[in-house]
Design a protein around this ligand. Structure first.
Ligand SMILES: Cc1ncc(COP(=O)(O)O)c(C=O)c1O
Length: 388
């Protein structure tokens, strides 16, 4: 069949396939990045105006744009409501940014590892993905400078707060240094922050976009990890030079984000009810994180290294004896355990064997211990076979 040239680069998302396999109720899943069912807030629809069934503005609902701009300013990101575009989940920001910047062979810069579905969309449009290694406090600065000296990437894509998959939070010093480097080399920043509010130690660092003095930027967030992912409401805030282009791309993609979800999001953003919900969420996930850490110590301390995440939804394990963790999937699923292999989070998966991304928010605590025990047994068996 005659499809577009770019479709030949469309990779299926491994995570969607694993999640499909993990649908069986007996499967203990560490694979997704889902909120815990118990923490999905009870939402009310009774007061929603019927007029919201009509077409809306491409920019998004004015009151929601105002509320999102106020929220961003409180974080230290100077902006006006006119720079806010409501999108269909922050995933759409990545799609619009890819359309704005990427032709076949366009160089872009990413942290390694980085968010799988960002890689998928950037590669679909034909990006040539350059990487900077992620360290425990953010990107390696010497290598970042080297890449910027040797290349002219169209943009850099960063997830500075509780990254998916590595859970890394960029330090103050690295945020400042990254912003200075991007200004020095005139490189556009795409900053993706779905996990910012899920902080367990109360830390909250100013976005990198808010530190830029010259470079263009797109900052994106979502209600998916704090309210309901099914609403499909996210937002982008862009520097004034980029906004009109992103707005036109949004119009041509889907006219506007669903108004019903936007109305629901507006019932929460900026309210005390939302603050209370966030603090319950942090407490709940912190407990799950702690229980997960204890279970990991029991079952994985001889097998892997990891840092305890201070926020977000994931543990990122590095096996002491690397092996291609994709080869563990079938055996894990046969034992009713699902997890996310680390390799696909790198643009060159075969150079990065030996990581596992484990979600700690979703698993029923009663099954946590058994799930990790079975997963550790799968790893141990594979390592014995490899050694044999
Ligand atoms: C880093 C990152 N960006 C974007 C998204 C997409 O989120 P949304 O539901 O807002 O489209 C996710 C979801 O897991 C994510 O981890």
């Amino acid at each position: 069949m005659a499809f577009s040239e770019r479709v030949s680069r469309l990779k299926s998302s491994l995570i969607r396939e694993i999640l499909a396999a993990a649908q069986r109720p007996e499967v203990m899943s560490f694979a997704g990045g889902l909120p815990a069912e118990a923490m999905l807030p009870k939402v009310e629809w009774a007061d929603m105006p019927l007029a919201l069934g009509q077409y809306g503005m491409s920019e998004g609902e004015p009151a929601l744009r105002e509320a999102l701009a106020a929220q961003a300013r409180a974080l230290g990101l100077e902006c006006e409501a006119s720079q806010v575009l409501v999108v269909s989940g922050s995933q759409q920001t990545l799609d619009l940014a890819a359309k704005l910047y990427i032709d076949k062979g366009t160089e872009i810069l990413l942290e390694a590892p980085t968010y799988l579905a960002a890689l998928q969309i950037f590669q679909l449009f034909g990006a040539d993905c350059l990487t900077v290694p992620q360290e425990s406090d953010g990107p390696n600065l010497a290598q970042l400078r080297e890449r910027l000296e040797q290349h002219r990437p169209a943009f850099i894509y960063l997830i500075p707060t509780f990254q998916n998959p590595s859970a890394v939070r960029h330090s103050e010093a690295k945020r400042a240094a990254v912003a200075a480097l991007l200004d020095e080399f005139g490189v556009t920043l795409i900053e993706d922050e779905p996990y910012r509010e899920l902080t367990f130690d109360g830390g909250s660092a100013k976005p990198i976009a808010g530190r830029l003095k010259k470079s263009s930027w797109i900052y994106t967030g979502t209600v998916s990890k704090t309210l309901l992912p099914g609403l499909r409401v996210g937002y982008l805030i862009a520097s004034k030079d980029l906004f009109p282009h992103l707005l036109k791309l949004k119009q041509s993609a889907d006219l506007h984000t669903n108004r019903i979800g936007q109305w629901q999001a507006l019932q929460w953003i900026g309210t005390e009810k939302y603050q209370r919900h966030l603090s319950e969420l942090r407490g709940f996930y912190r407990q799950r994180r702690d229980a997960f850490q204890a279970a990991l110590e029991m079952h994985f301390s001889d097998l892997a290294h990891w840092n305890m995440p201070q926020g977000g939804l994931f543990f990122w394990l590095k096996l002491k004896q690397p092996l291609d963790t994709r080869t563990l999937l079938n055996e894990a699923l046969a034992n009713d355990v699902a997890f996310m292999p680390g390799e696909p989070f790198f643009p060159e998966p075969d150079n990065h064997h030996g990581h596992l991304r484990l979600n700690f928010s979703h698993i029923d605590p009663a099954r946590l211990d058994e799930g990790l025990k079975r997963l550790a047994a799968v790893v141990r068996r594979a390592q014995l076979e490899k050694a044999a």
